[in-house]
Ligand binder design. Structure first.
Ligand SMILES: Nc1ncnc2c1ncn2[C@@H]1O[C@H](COP(=O)(O)OP(=O)(O)O)[C@@H](O)[C@H]1O
Ligand SMILES: [Mg+2]
Length: 319
C-alpha cells in the first residue's frame, strides 16, 4: 500500500485565558502526540466523543490550524515547512468538507459562484467554467437547475452535495470529511455515504472520515482510528476493530451501539463521569478515570500505542 500521508508526533495546543481578565494562560491540548499513516485510496474513519480533538486533527493536517509541534508528510513532502505560497498550491490536493454545509457555504452566493470560486482561485477550466460546474453538479447527482439558486433553497443533503462538488472542483487526492452526515436525517445519511463511496472510486480519492459515532463509519471505512483526549488509543482494520476491539474505550463505544435482537446480547458498558478537561488530562493512562478495568499501573504509567496483532494497535496495558 502506498503512503499518502504520514503524521509524526503531531501536537496542536490552544492557549486559553485562565479567567476573563487574567493575563495568565493555560493550554488546551486538543491534539496531543498523534502518529498516523494514511494510505492512498483508503477511507480512514476517525471517531471519538465530542471534544476529543478530531476536528483539530483534521484541520491541523491541512494546516487550516497551525500545529504546535510534529511533522506531516504529504506524498513524502513536509507540509509544515511549506511557505504560504507553496501551501496555497498544495491546498488543491487536499480539501475539507464540513458537518454543516449551511455555515460553510456562503449564504449570499449562488451555487455557480460557490463551485466556481475554487476554479477561479486556481485558474482551472478557463474558458469552460460553466460546463465544468455543471459536470461537477452532475457528479454529485444534481442538475443545471441548481446553478442560480442560493444555499437556503436546498435541503441539508443537497447542500452537502454542493459542498462535495465544491471540494471536487480542484480535483483533490485527499479529503477530510468532518462529520459530513452528522447533521442529516438518518434517511439521507446513507445516500451521502453511498455518494461519497462512488466519488471515491470514480476519482481515486483518499478520505479521512470523521464521526463521533462508530456506527456511522463502519460501512465506509477500511480502517478506523479511535481518539480520546487528543490521542489515538486504538487503530486497525475496520472488521477486526469491530469484531475484537482491544481498548476498553473502543469496547465501551461499541457496546452502546444497538444490535439486532437475535444477535448475542452485548453488555452495555457505561463509562463513569465526563471526559476530563484537555487542559489538565489525567496522568498515567488518560482514560484511567473512566476505565472499568483500570489497575494500579494505569494511574502512573502511560501506555504506548503498540501493535496487538495484524496491524491492530491499542494503547492499553491490559490489551
Ligand atoms: N480555537 C480553539 N481555542 C481553544 N480551544 C479549542 C479551539 N478549538 C478547539 N478547542 C478545544 O480543543 C478540544 C478539541 O476540540 P475539537 O477538535 O473541536 O474536538 P472534536 O472535533 O473531537 O469534537 C476541545 O476541548 C475544544 O474545546
Ligand atoms: Mg469536531
Amino acid at each position: 500500500m502506498e503512503e499518502l500521508l504520514r503524521i509524526k508526533n503531531l501536537k496542536t495546543y490552544f492557549p486559553v485565558k485562565k479567567g476573563r481578565l487574567a493575563k495568565r494562560f493555560s493550554v488546551v491540548r486538543a491534539v496531543d502526540g498523534v502518529d498516523l499513516t494514511i494510505y492512498k485510496g483508503e477511507t480512514l474513519g476517525l471517531v471519538g466523543e465530542s471534544g476529543c480533538g478530531k476536528s483539530t486533527l483534521g484541520k491541523s493536517i491541512l494546516r487550516l490550524i497551525e500545529p504546535t509541534e510534529g511533522e506531516i508528510y504529504f506524498k513524502e513532502k513536509s507540509l509544515l515547512s511549506l511557505s504560504d505560497y507553496e501551501l496555497r498550491a498544495k491546498r488543491k490536493e487536499m480539501q475539507i468538507v464540513f458537518q454543516d454545509p449551511f455555515s460553510s457555504l456562503n449564504p449570499r452566493m449562488r451555487v455557480d459562484s460557490i463551485i466556481g470560486e475554487p476554479l477561479a482561485i486556481h485558474s482551472l477550466a478557463e474558458g469552460k467554467v460553466r460546463e465544468r460546474i455543471v459536470e461537477l453538479l452532475n457528479s454529485v447527482g444534481m442538475g443545471e437547475d441548481a446553478l442560480k439558486r442560493f444555499p437556503h433553497e436546498f435541503s441539508g443533503g443537497q447542500r452537502q452535495r454542493i459542498g462535495l462538488a465544491r471540494a471536487l472542483a480542484v480535483e483533490p487526492e485527499f479529503i477530510v470529511a468532518d462529520e459530513p452526515i452528522s447533521a442529516l436525517d438518518v434517511s439521507i445519511q446513507a445516500q451521502i455515504i453511498n455518494l461519497m463511496k462512488d466519488l471515491q472510486d470514480k476519482f481515486n480519492l483518499t478520505y479521512l472520515f470523521i464521526a463521533h459515532d462508530l456506527r456511522v463509519v463502519e460501512y465506509i471505512s477500511d480502517r478506523v482510528a479511535v481518539m480520546y483526549l487528543g490521542k489515538i488509543v486504538e487503530i486497525g482494520e475496520s472488521k477486526k476493530l469491530y469484531d475484537s476491539p482491544r481498548h476498553p474505550y473502543t469496547q465501551a463505544l461499541l457496546s452502546v451501539i444497538p444490535v439486532p435482537e437475535l444477535e448475542a446480547k452485548k453488555e452495555r458498558i457505561v463509562l463513569k463521569g465526563d471526559i476530563p478537561s484537555p487542559i489538565s488530562p489525567p496522568g498515567g493512562c488518560a482514560f484511567h478515570t473512566r476505565c472499568p478495568v483500570a489497575i494500579e499501573r494505569c494511574l502512573h504509567e502511560e501506555p504506548l500505542l503498540r501493535e496487538i496483532e495484524n496491524g491492530q494497535k491499542a494503547s492499553c496495558h491490559l490489551a
